[in-house]
Design a protein around this ligand. Structure first.
Ligand SMILES: NC(=O)c1ccc[n+]([C@@H]2O[C@H](COP(=O)([O-])OP(=O)(O)OC[C@H]3O[C@@H](n4cnc5c(N)ncnc54)[C@H](O)[C@@H]3O)[C@@H](O)[C@H]2O)c1
Length: 259
């Protein structure tokens, strides 16, 4: 119960990895604010959480709008008296050749995957400073270290997340604020399902490279987030923890019949 009475915001929490992260924090006593743009999915998830006995409330937000981010953080502190954990997780992957990538889609992806993480951390840190501390965990990706074709802006945004946690971890350490990231490998969420449907994610090709030869469970990513958000990680800041089944440590595919 590492998060008893801790007020925690998770973005992109209506489904997928964010939902699993919020569930893990809630199961350890966290008072959860689940933030997402998808109001319907969010309501379903909050209902599920409450049925399980967790403390959870929905917050509908478009994270590409900085004024909405500021309002979310301020209203959380007004309502709950504090904020302890911010998980910047919402993100999108748009798959197109770099030569065909429209400027407005590039801007949208960067606004959600990177700019929102910066400004949510900025808003949270203003309160953390007054409180004497707080924790931020961001969702990066294996793509931050191993880019794949048709995902160039995504890879840039996620490498930016790794730089963001290093830079902010450094700057904010003196205020008792820790900033880290998890970099997931492949988890079968809607994001990955869509990539398979589009023919851009080739499951056989991925499995030939992945040392553990399987998709990860969302709960395996959530376990890393809970670790980094907890006092168990009190000595860790500025780091990106790769939870990727060995993907980014691997080199080229090996012979199929290797003994
Ligand atoms: N699934 C994977 O294998 C994988 C691997 C590496 C990194 N990631 C990262 O994990 C994070 C979560 O991905 P996922 O796989 O759970 O995806 P997902 O598409 O299942 O979930 C994303 C969530 O973000 C919400 N969202 C989208 N736009 C928003 C906006 N403007 N404002 C607020 N919320 C918004 C969606 O409604 C959704 O609930 C992303 O940052 C993604 O890049 C995922």
């Amino acid at each position: 119960m590492r998060f008893t009475d801790k007020v925690c915001i998770v973005t992109g929490a209506a489904q997928g990895l964010g939902k699993a992260m919020a569930e893990r924090l809630a199961s350890e006593g966290g008072r959860m604010i689940l933030a997402d743009i998808n109001a319907e999915a969010l309501d379903r998830t909050v209902e599920e959480f409450r049925a399980a006995g967790y403390e959870a409330e929905p917050y509908v937000i478009d994270l590409t709008k900085v004024d909405e981010i500021d309002r979310m953080i301020d209203s959380t502190v007004d309502t709950h008296g504090r904020l302890d954990v911010l998980v910047n997780n919402a993100g999108v992957q748009i798959r197109k050749w770099a030569t065909d990538f429209p400027e407005e889609e590039y801007d949208f992806l960067m606004d959600l995957n990177l700019k929102a993480y910066y400004f949510a951390t900025r808003a949270a840190a203003r309160h953390f400073k007054k409180q004497g501390g707080g924790v931020v965990v961001c969702t990066s990706s294996g793509n931050s270290a191993r880019p794949t074709s048709k995902r160039t802006p995504y890879a840039i945004s996620k490498a930016g997340v790794n730089a963001l946690v290093a830079a902010l971890g450094n700057e904010m350490g003196r205020f008792g604020i820790r900033v880290n990231a998890v970099a997931p490998g492949y988890v079968m969420t809607d994001m990955v399902k869509k990539g398979i449907e589009e023919g851009i994610i080739d499951v056989d090709a991925i499995m030939s490279i992945l040392p553990n030869k399987r998709f990860l469970e969302a709960s395996e990513i959530a376990a890393g987030v809970a670790f980094l958000a907890s006092d168990d990680a009190s000595g860790i800041t500025g780091q990106t923890l790769f939870i990727d089944g060995g993907w980014t440590a691997n080199g080229l595919p090996e012979a199929k019949d290797l003994d």
